[in-house]
Design a protein around this ligand. Structure first.
Ligand code: ZN
Length: 451
């Protein structure tokens, strides 16, 4: 570039940071220019500083720039259940979840979803996929207000035991209510919000609903979110009623494919894994929800088969929303269950975990446009304070980050090219108000819903 070159305009220049690159190695003295929601260029700091004329510059001194985390499976309407399960009583479907969800008002869901978005932003999540609950129009409003990126769906069930038939709808109701939500919200927020179809799980969805859902998703070019192979009862139900395992049933009804995201995936046979991997289905594990109840997902076998894995918190009723904890929990559990018996501690590596936490889940939501800090990708990125005693000094920052990092190390968040958190202050939501509203609605909920 010559001395007289005209500077290139950009919206944001993140100047002179450390970068976590697509191979999950770090590079010092890098800058990133962002314009119109997209990463224009990532390059050497000094040259970038001379080249760009930024409307806003963020100093990257002492900070790591990396892709935002993607929560591949959550339920934003369950935030007000926090503390109700996991202590002395288990979270049961008919005793807790169905009465709770069916008793929520639209306002409850709005404040719950806002609190979920606030907690996610503060932990470095820039996108999430929600498996659905009730009043998802209110969750959609919270997504738009918070600045997050999300793929959400209505909880959809047409059969099964749900205490007096609550939450059960006919196939026609399910499809027409999807269409209504899709018409109003899909693509809103400059494309940040997607409306998908939901299949709550095998035991509450008929094969006819599965077929209709696959056809509807193809017609609308949208995604499907389903719980899959979470527990033994589900596999047993599927074998008893259909003589097929759950993944085989989804294959048989035409649901498997690149637009399908399945959550949990704990009890997969070799054949199930091949079906999911070959079809390009996005496989999400929820280690903190699964390990104590249902067992260890077969991570190494899924990866060997070319499966794409992301991670999910599965809602906040009994866990915090922190991707670092998910990464460590899954890695240690996988080594303990499948590495130690064959004396292989490298059975799941740090890079595998960082991939799952970022591009693994993000690819389900945004294809190849998300999950990497590179020119041409959408500007969904976070900055972390790496000048802290638990992170420095280190011989390998990526390894230390994965083993020692926390969600509260995230200082800044940019989603779709907009700053949503600066120096840990969320700009899109009134933090005090969101927490006060949630406390008030939790009281009202439990006074009204008898669980
Ligand atoms: Zn779930």
């Amino acid at each position: 570039m010559t001395m007289n070159a005209i500077p290139t305009k950009c919206d944001i220049l993140i100047q002179d940071c450390t970068l976590l690159n697509r191979d999950f190695d770090t590079e010092a003295h890098r800058s990133a220019a962002i314009r119109d929601g997209v990463i224009l260029e990532v390059g050497e700091a000094e040259a970038m500083g001379a080249k760009y004329d930024a409307a806003e510059t963020i100093s990257g001194a002492g900070k790591l720039l990396m892709p935002g985390f993607a929560d591949g499976h959550t339920h934003v309407c369950q935030q007000l259940l926090r503390g109700r399960s996991g202590g002395t009583e288990p979270m049961t479907w008919s005793g807790v979840l169905v009465p709770f969800e069916s008793g929520l008002t639209p306002q409850d869901v709005r404040v719950s979803a806002r609190l979920a978005c606030l907690e996610m932003i503060k932990a470095g999540f820039t996108s999430f996929a929600d498996a659905g609950g009730v009043h998802m129009d209110q969750a959609a409003e919270a997504v738009l207000e918070s600045g997050m990126r999300a793929a959400i769906c209505r909880s959809s069930m047409d059969i099964g035991e749900t205490v007096g038939g609550r939450l059960i709808e006919t196939r026609q109701e399910i499809l027409s209510r999807f269409e209504e939500l899709y018409r109003v919200y899909d693509g809103k927020g400059n494309g940040r919000l997607q409306i998908w179809l939901g299949l709550r799980e095998i035991m509450t969805c008929s094969p006819e609903l599965m077929r209709d859902t696959a056809a509807e998703a193809a017609a609308y070019h949208t995604g499907i979110h389903a719980h899959l192979c979470e527990h033994r009862d589900e596999v047993s139900f599927s074998l008893t009623h259909y003589r097929l395992r759950p993944a085989e049933l989804l294959a048989e009804t035409g649901v498997l494919g690149e637009n399908l995201l399945t959550a949990h995936n704990v009890l997969l046979s070799d054949h199930d894994i091949a079906l999911l991997a070959d079809s390009g289905t996005h496989i999400i594990h929820c280690p903190k929800g699964n390990l104590a109840h249902h067992g260890f997902p077969r991570v190494p076998t899924i990866l060997e088969n070319g499966g794409v894995i992301g991670l999910g918190c599965d809602g906040a009723s009994s866990v915090n929303l922190d991707m670092f904890e998910l990464m460590r929990t899954l890695q240690l559990a996988t080594i303990a269950s499948q590495g130690l018996p064959i004396f292989d501690k490298q059975i799941v590596t740090v890079k595998d975990m960082l991939r799952m936490a970022t591009v693994g889940g993000a690819s389900a939501i945004g294809g190849d446009t998300l999950g990497v800090v590179e020119a041409g990708k959408k500007a969904d990125v976070i900055l972390l304070d790496i000048r802290q005693p638990h992170l420095m000094p280190t011989r390998n920052l990526a390894v230390t980050l994965a083993y020692c990092g926390h969600g509260h190390d995230v200082t800044d968040s940019i989603i779709d090219g907009k700053i949503v958190m600066r120096d840990r202050h969320v700009l899109t939501l009134d933090e005090e108000q969101v927490m006060a509203d949630a406390a008030c609605h939790m009281e009202a909920c439990f006074a009204r819903i008898n669980i």
